[in-house]
Design a protein around this ligand. Structure first.
Ligand SMILES: [Zn+2]
Length: 100
């Protein structure tokens, strides 16, 4: 089991660190250098995996863990989704496939 600390900002980016001390240090650096109203938070993920989501023709997201999710509008990032609400995996947006 991997013990991973993650720093996430309010626009959906995140950084992995190996220890809590490292995460706290990075968060302090980010907060000291920010030039906007971003907020940063630290999360401990016991095990990180990716959950790729792909958008179908009807505008529904199909998750790799076997669920469907629909947003009223906007992309994953615009909705500030970073992690899958079903399996806790990190969201990865799958490139749209050619419909041919
Ligand atoms: Zn998932």
């Amino acid at each position: 089991m991997i013990n991973v600390w993650v720093i996430a900002d309010s626009s959906g980016r995140f950084w992995d660190t190996k220890t809590k001390a490292e995460a706290v240090e990075m968060k302090e650096i980010f907060e000291a250098n920010k030039n906007n109203n971003d907020t940063y938070r630290i999360a401990n993920l016991r095990e990180i995996h990716d959950c790729p989501w792909s958008l179908d023709d009807d505008g529904n997201w199909e998750t790799t863990c076997g669920n469907y999710h629909t947003f009223l509008e906007g992309t994953l990032l615009e909705n500030k989704y970073m992690f899958c609400p079903y399996c806790g995996g990190r969201l990865v947006e799958v490139e749209e496939r050619e419909a041919k």
